[in-house]
Ligand binder design. Structure first.
Ligand code: FAD
Length: 385
């Protein structure tokens, strides 16, 4: 283990836990598009999903870097943290902006695993990346909000007890700023299912438990409003840096998985009477993928450090996510190439991991939007939208 690979005990423990969930476990789930319930239960039981929840609410109170180490090692071991990673950052919305009563009510249950907060509902079919144009509307009626609208690509809703939902409480054209007038509601999924919310699964190229949600006069108690009405966009933005850094850490884990697989196969596989890895045509792309992954990992560490110090880190979090997602994709491509035909077979797991890691150039934010952020915020060029 490299000296800059922090939290060695956590890394070792995760690697041990993951060894109980080998490729054949994930392959079966992938074929059936099924949720890794046993894996998520094991992680929850071990306490690692709750490590960012403060001790007073039943968690371990560790910083973001510890959560990064957990997700990185999950991916590096060939598993998929996408099944449960959201809990680490959606919980932050309740922790930072929820009332003391809400924190007491929900966080201990999330920490113990009794409650799952795996769903985060922002994206809509008509607004896409332009979040300020969301149309899902919540109108106050007595002690409830009445919610109508639609969300798309919302992951894990069928496996979550709670969902952080972004809605419009004031129409965009009645707000001074387009980012005003949105609010965050904490939706109890059990209540909502009998009360105006419908869930439709969406099959995607990887097993990600994605769904479409329809709200038809869904009633959400006003006590489930997080923070102040109208400030929801800021609360969501607030959580995005942590989300991007954690996803970047997952991509670093994926990249290392691919590099390790590729270099060991290149060393073992003999063609023309010698290991294929003796050919520089095979060696160099693997070395390049390794270099790209380690460079991206350095930016992930930099972004994590700023986040933990409470410093602004929007650009670094974005850069980390972009570089890490590109490094993992490049490493995956190299790994397939190194394995020749075997890279395409299910039993080697590489094609599954390759499909899984591709997502992160699009979600939770696509590369173009990151480039636009850097171009306008850091480099002062004019905004295109
Ligand atoms: C498997 C999966 C799981 C997901 N899980 C969740 C979830 O749990 N919760 C949630 O809220 N969302 C989720 N998402 C949604 C995800 O965050 C969005 O797909 C992503 O943000 C892109 O939005 P979009 O699909 O609407 O693309 P669009 O906004 O329609 O954009 C399409 C393409 O055009 C580009 N583009 C758009 N505008 C510009 C511009 N001005 N300049 C240059 N390029 C531009 C984008 O970069 C993108 O490549 C998930 C998506 C997937 C695929």
């Amino acid at each position: 283990m490299k000296q800059y690979e922090n939290y060695p005990e956590i890394r070792e423990a995760i690697s041990k836990l993951c060894s109980h969930f080998p490729g054949k476990y994930w392959r079966k789930l992938d074929r059936e598009h099924a949720y890794p319930t046993e894996f998520v239960q094991a992680l929850t039981k071990s306490g690692y999903l709750a490590l960012m929840i403060p001790e007073q609410y039943g968690g371990t109170g560790l910083p973001l870097g510890a959560a990064c180490a957990v997700l990185e090692e999950i991916q590096r071991a060939g598993c998929n943290g996408g099944a449960c990673h959201a809990q680490m950052y959606t919980m932050g919305t309740v922790l930072r902006h929820g009332s003391e009563k809400q924190k007491q009510k929900y966080l201990p249950g999330i920490a113990s695993g009794e409650l799952r907060l795996q769903a985060f509902g922002v994206t809509e079919p008509t607004s896409g990346t332009d979040t300020t144009r969301i149309r899902t509307r919540a109108i106050r009626d007595g002690d409830n909000y009445v919610v109508n609208g639609q969300k798309v690509f919302i992951s894990r809703t069928e496996h979550s007890d709670l969902m952080v939902l972004l809605v419009r409480t004031t129409p965009r054209d009645e707000c001074q700023k387009r980012t005003d007038g949105m609010s965050v509601l904490l939706v109890d999924m059990g209540d909502a299912l009998e009360n105006g919310m419908t869930i439709t699964p969406i099959r995607t190229m990887m097993n990600h438990a994605s769904t479409e949600l329809f709200f038809d006069d869904l009633l959400v108690p006003i006590g489930n409003l997080i923070g102040t009405e109208g400030n929801g966009f800021r609360y969501i933005l607030d959580g995005m840096n942590a989300e991007r850094i954690l996803i970047a850490a997952e991509c670093i884990g994926d990249a290392r998985y691919f590099v390790e697989k590729a270099s060991s196969y290149a060393t073992e596989r003999e063609v023309f009477g010698r290991p294929i890895g003796q050919n520089q045509g095979i060696q160099f792309p693997i070395a390049r993928a390794h270099i790209q992954a380690e460079a991206a990992a350095a930016i992930v560490r930099q972004a994590t450090g700023l986040f933990e110090a409470g410093e602004p880190c929007g650009s670094e979090a974005n850069m980390a996510k972009m570089l890490a997602s590109e490094a993992s994709w490049q490493a995956g491509d190299t790994c397939i190439q190194t394995h020749g035909g075997f890279g395409f077979t299910e039993e080697y797991d590489i094609e599954r991991k390759f499909r899984e890691t591709r997502l992160y150039q699009v979600a939770p934010i696509s590369t173009n939007l990151i480039l636009s952020h850097i171009a306008t915020h850091d480099l002062g060029m004019p905004k295109s939208f």
